[in-house]
Ligand binder design. Structure first.
Ligand SMILES: [Fe+2]
Length: 199
């Protein structure tokens, strides 16, 4: 099955002022599209043809960088668009909030750890909230990697490549991460992935 670029689940200007129309026009319409196109080209004629996206991401990690980098970023961005929504942030659904408090001590401590992971990722990459061995944890990965290749399930991720924030925040990555948590996160989608990972 070849990769296709999904439409954004909202209008390009729907996340303003926290993420601009211009950022989404570049990030979704050009950067994500390039991962789709380059991924499809890299997969042609390889063992990965006909496999599911998750199988391709896991199977190509450490073996085929051209396939992995594009498939990994396609996987990450498919979810990233759904991890945000207009008027996001706010109250975390009950069961997920309880699991966060159990794992981190408080919602505030989780947010502190998540921002620190995003700020601490040197260069391009992602910060994550993941489920591993039935427990919640915060992690960070370089480039197109995700918790998927480290035996975990990502339930929330934030893109800290400069293409995700430089137009709106310039070099202020911490401000972007705080705005992401407070005003953009679609906690219903995070809770949906948490429920699926916990089963
Ligand atoms: Fe990105």
């Amino acid at each position: 099955m070849s990769f296709t670029l999904p439409d954004l689940p909202y209008a390009h200007d729907a996340l303003q002022p926290f993420m601009s129309k211009e950022t989404l026009e570049y990030h979704h319409d050009k950067h994500h599209l390039a991962y789709v196109t380059n991924g499809n080209n890299a997969i042609k004629g390889t063992e990965f043809e006909g496999k599911s996206l998750e199988e391709i991401v896991k199977g190509s990690h450490g073996k085929n960088p051209a396939v992995f980098n594009n498939a990994g970023q396609h996987y990450n961005h498919l979810h990233f668009w759904k991890w945000m929504k207009p008027n996001g942030g706010g109250k975390i659904p009950g069961a997920l909030e309880k699991a966060i408090v159990d794992s981190f001590g408080s919602v505030g401590k989780f947010k502190e750890d998540f921002v620190a992971a995003g700020v601490g990722q040197f260069g391009s990459g992602w910060a994550w909230l993941e489920v591993k061995d039935g427990k919640l944890a915060v992690s960070k990965t370089p480039n197109g990697e995700s918790p998927l290749v480290h035996g975990a399930t990502p339930i929330l991720g934030v893109d800290v490549w400069e293409h995700s924030y430089y137009i709106d925040y310039r070099n202020r990555r911490p401000d972007y991460l705080k705005a992401f948590l407070e005003s953009l996160v679609n906690w219903d989608y995070v809770a949906e992935r948490f429920d699926a990972a916990a089963k």
